[in-house]
Design a binder for this molecule. Structure first.
Ligand SMILES: [Zn+2]
Length: 272
């Protein structure tokens, strides 16, 4: 009787082992037929790679601005709106594989790109002293009409990725987009400001009182959209605001080594 039990246990283990091998082989076979491709370079993903291959993540042209107070992105807001800290995860240039990544996130129905890159950004912020007092993440809102068309808000997906790593809460409802604005892509600085200056409204002042908000967007260009959001967030008493985006261009914010060093302005100039 004991021998029969022993044989049946061995048989069960054998069946499970064969089934697992079969699933692995089937997955590799399906992977050959329908490869999971890197959203940046298009190479087939292998092993535990997800959305982006190891090589593209390794070579991501990180700005390092989260470690540099008074960096060019913070300077972009000086004299406009009060910002505690500002950074972008990486630089992108026209035609680069990282430009494609951003394009696919925004226009090709690939919200998971936002989560994966949001996690990368979150890891950097979590390990940086300047961002330790952040406690609320607010993604730049889309107008409901645009969100319905796109199926998701890319900034919300980035915020979700940051939150997974840092544990900071995400508030998707306090700040809302009231006006349906045209795309900002081909507009000048002045046109962008006219387009978005009154597009946002703060719906919930109480939950943001005394908070340190991290305002999150996909790309920082002129800063007009973020500035319009910050003007609304400042209506909450004692609310501090920092900014983090996935990307910026070198034109918007040249790498620190490429710039002549600027003297930091007086406190009152920096925080109007
Ligand atoms: Zn790649």
């Amino acid at each position: 009787m004991r021998m029969i039990n022993c044989n049946s246990v061995i048989l069960n283990f054998f069946i499970i082992f064969v089934a697992m091998k079969f699933v692995t082989i089937l997955r590799h076979f399906l992977g050959l037929l329908y490869p999971n491709l890197c959203a940046a370079c298009g190479r087939a993903l292998i092993g535990k790679e997800y959305v982006c291959c190891m090589s593209c993540l390794y070579h991501l042209p990180r700005t390092g601005y989260w470690k540099k107070p008074d960096n060019p992105l913070e300077q972009l807001f000086w004299g406009r709106v009060p910002v505690e800290h500002a950074c972008a995860l990486f630089f992108f240039e026209k035609g680069s594989r990282y430009r494609k990544l951003l394009h696919r996130l925004k226009y090709n129905g690939r919200p998971e790109i936002g989560v994966v890159l949001g996690r990368e950004l979150g890891r950097e912020l979590k390990n940086t002293l300047h961002y330790q007092c952040v406690n609320t993440i607010i993604p730049v809102p889309l107008h409901p009409k645009r969100q319905r068309r796109r199926g998701y808000n890319q900034s919300e997906r980035i915020a979700a990725g940051i939150a997974q790593v840092t544990g900071w809460e995400v508030n998707n409802s306090a700040l809302v987009r009231m006006r349906f604005t045209e795309t900002q892509t081909h507009k000048s600085r002045q046109e962008r400001w006219e387009n978005v200056s009154e597009a946002f409204a703060l719906k919930d002042v109480a939950t943001l009182t005394g908070r340190h908000v991290l305002l999150v967007d996909d790309v920082l260009t002129t800063g007009a959209t973020l500035e319009a959001c910050i003007l609304q967030l400042k209506k909450a008493p004692d609310c501090k605001i920092s900014v983090a985006t996935l990307a910026c261009t070198k034109k918007t914010a040249p790498p620190v080594s490429d710039r002549p060093s600027l003297p930091a302005p007086a406190y009152s100039d920096r925080r109007p």
